[in-house]
Structures are given as structure tokens and as C-alpha cells.
Design a protein around this ligand. Structure first.
Ligand code: IPM
Ligand code: MG
Length: 355
């Protein structure tokens, strides 16, 4: 089969890690007889430098006509003082919104061989961490009304959390369907003791739960969820939550696995086209040194093979190659726990060899 993949390397370590994933995809193509055509576009800080805008129209159009998008990371200190609508992050939000990618899947699994890289106490890590956060991605505070004004105590600013029943139902369904394919446990995370939007969220989830009697459903307040993730992470299978809470909890969950450099994500909408990206950022502090861990991006490419292209065997082969290389003791700096480490390029080479 033949697929057209748009690459958005972005800023910082973005280009290094995307390149690693491209090499792995090319190797998969060779092994299984597929053709992946790649086209690279600019978005984020590099697009600001070149065109004065974070998301040039041409970039968006190419993403819209691709079979899927693979993104590295955007942003960096150089662009931190730009006004909100011109920041590199706008590119990411724009692509998510314009492609209708409302469901963000972020799996977090602690591999036994990396237990020492996890900050979890051994008895907690022993029980395992294998959860998936389903984060709503095109609504909530990220996209609600915002602005600035004057108040009694000086300048004021506001952002608004807005959710409609339709948006909640749509992401809730992804949560339940995902749970059905895993261990049939779904925890919906909200702040229904305070926020009206969370109360609608919870009501809607309870309605949906009736359609999925096989799924063990529960609600949890977000502050408690933040605590439970550290105290007893093995209780979770699938977590479904809003855009903002999902952003925060997925970074927290990533740490349980040893490194944010290992966590992949898929952003999906109604069709098969998705955007795939590591959940970590552009890490400008280590950019260009060759030490960035490409695994999160490589695993994101595997999710693309599976979820957008239906190439399950190929995706499983990539996952297995990554697991084998980690089991062999190979470590990039972020997961070396102070010990010996190899470069990102060498990690990629070993994964391809294991493939
Ligand atoms: C993420 C990132 C983005 C987000 C930023 C870069 C806009 O933190 O994908 O988790 O907040 O969604
Ligand atoms: Mg984030």
C-alpha cells in the first residue's frame, strides 16, 4: 500500500526525532512492501521566522490533503514573548482544530526493564502502570472565549471552559470504545464539585455509560486523580477527560513510565486521517546535541500505522523492536539513570536492526 505522510518537524529537537521516525517507517515499508511518501512542511517557530506566521496556509492545506501527519514539537524561548495568536503553539492548536482531531490518545505503560527510571516506589511500580488517557482536544479552555480588560485590581485576563453535550458525548464515546478494546475500565476525570462545565460533562458521561454496561465506569475529581496516579496507578485502565486536565495528567502519567521521551500520542477525528506526535515538547535545552530520545516519535509512527493505516502487524513489529532494544539495555540519556547512554541516531539504528 501507498501512503502520503506530511511531516511537521517543528522546532528544537523536533527535526531530530521526526527524522528517526522517518527512517523507521522507511524500514517498515521495505520490510512489508509499502510505500510511504513524505513531504516536509513548516509550522511553529520555524514558520514564524520564515513567513511571520506559525501556521502558514500551505502547511494546513498539505495536512488536510495528507493520509496522516507526523509532528515533532513546536515552540522555544525565542518565540516566548510573541502575542498569543502568533506563538508557535498556535500552529499545533490550529492543525488540531482545522483537521477536526477531537480525540487525543495518550498511552502510558511502564516497561518492567525501565522500572529503575520511574520515580515510583518499587512496590507501586511492581503492580504495573498500563493506562491510556483519552484527552478531548478541540474544545474547553484551549478554545473558549478569552480576553483582557480592566478590573478593580488592575488589568484582568480570562479564559473560558466551554463544553457542549455533543462534544462531551463524542469524546466520551471514544473513551468507552477504547475501554472496550482494553480492560473495560473507564474513569472520567472532571471537577464537578466546582465547575458547571464539569457537571454537564459528568451528566453526559453517566448517560453514555448506560450504553456500555460491560465497562466498569467511575468518576474522579481531577485533584484526586492527580494524587491517585502517583499513589495507585495500577487502578487505571482508560481515563477520559477534558483538554486542559488531559494536558496536565498526561505529563504526570508520562513520568510514571520513566521518561516523557517514551510517550506517543495519536490525535483523531471522524475519519482515518490523524496527527501523531510525541507528548513531549521541543526541549530547546538539548536540541542539536543528538541526545534526544526518538522513541516517543517512533512509537507515534507505530500508532499511525495501526490507527490510520490499519497496518496492525507492522505497528506491532515497531512496538516489539522498541521493546527488544530497551530490553537489550540500550538507553538514551533521559532513561539512563545517570549510566551509559547512546545517541538518538544510534537508538534509531538499533530499532531498525531489531525490526
Ligand atoms: C501537548 C502540549 C501542547 C498542549 C502545547 C505545546 C500547546 O503541551 O500536546 O500536551 O498544551 O496541548
Ligand atoms: Mg502538554
Amino acid at each position: 500500500m501507498k501512503f502520503n505522510i506530511v511531516l511537521v518537524p517543528g522546532d528544537g529537537i523536533g527535526p531530530e526525532i521526526v527524522w528517526g521516525a522517518v527512517e523507521v517507517l522507511t524500514a517498515v515499508g521495505r520490510k512489508f512492501g509499502h510505500t510511504f511518501d513524505f513531504e516536509t512542511v513548516l509550522a511553529g517557530g520555524c514558520a514564524i521566522d520564515r513567513f511571520g506566521v506559525p501556521l502558514p496556509d500551505e502547511t494546513l492545506q498539505k495536512c488536510l490533503s495528507s493520509d496522516s501527519v507526523l509532528l515533532g514539537a513546536v515552540g522555544g524561548p525565542k518565540w516566548d514573548t510573541l502575542p498569543g495568536h502568533l506563538r508557535p503553539e498556535r500552529a499545533l492548536l490550529g492543525i488540531r482544530k482545522e483537521l477536526g482531531l477531537f480525540a487525543n490518545l495518550r498511552p502510558a505503560r511502564l516497561q518492567k526493564v525501565l522500572a529503575s527510571a520511574s520515580p515510583l516506589r518499587a512496590d507501586i511500580a511492581d503492580k504495573g502502570v498500563d493506562l491510556l488517557i483519552v484527552r478531548e482536544l478541540t474544545g474547553g479552555m484551549y478554545f473558549g472565549p478569552r480576553g483582557r480588560g480592566q478590573g478593580e485590581m488592575g488589568e484582568t485576563a480570562f479564559d473560558t471552559e466551554v463544553y457542549s453535550r455533543g462534544e462531551i458525548e463524542r469524546i466520551g464515546r471514544v473513551g468507552f470504545e477504547t475501554a472496550m478494546k482494553r480492560n473495560k475500565k473507564l474513569c472520567s476525570v472532571d471537577k464537578a464539585n466546582v465547575l458547571e462545565s464539569s457537571r454537564l460533562w459528568r451528566e453526559t458521561m453517566h448517560e453514555l455509560a448506560k450504553e456500555y454496561p460491560e465497562v466498569a465506569y467511575s468518576d474522579m475529581l481531577v485533584d484526586n486523580a492527580a494524587m491517585q496516579l502517583i499513589q495507585n496507578p495500577s487502578q487505571f485502565d482508560v481515563i477520559v477527560t477534558s483538554n486542559l486536565f488531559g494536558d496536565i495528567l498526561s505529563d504526570e502519567a508520562s513520568q510514571l513510565t520513566g521518561s516523557i521521551g517514551l510517550l506517543a500520542s495519536a490525535s483523531l477525528g471522524e475519519g482515518t486521517r490523524g496527527m501523531y506526535e510525541p507528548i513531549h515538547g521541543s526541549a530547546p535545552d538539548i536540541a542539536g546535541q543528538g541526545i534526544a530520545n526518538p522513541i516517543a516519535t517512533i512509537l507515534s509512527a507505530a500508532m499511525m500505522l495501526n490507527l490510520s493505516f490499519g497496518l496492525t502487524e507492522e505497528a506491532a513489529a515497531v512496538d516489539a523492536a522498541v521493546a527488544a532494544v530497551l530490553a537489550s539495555g540500550a538507553r538514551t540519556r533521559d532513561i539512563a539513570a545517570g549510566g551509559a547512554y547512546i545517541s538518538g541516531a544510534e537508538m534509531t539504528r538499533r530499532i531498525i536492526q531489531a525490526l
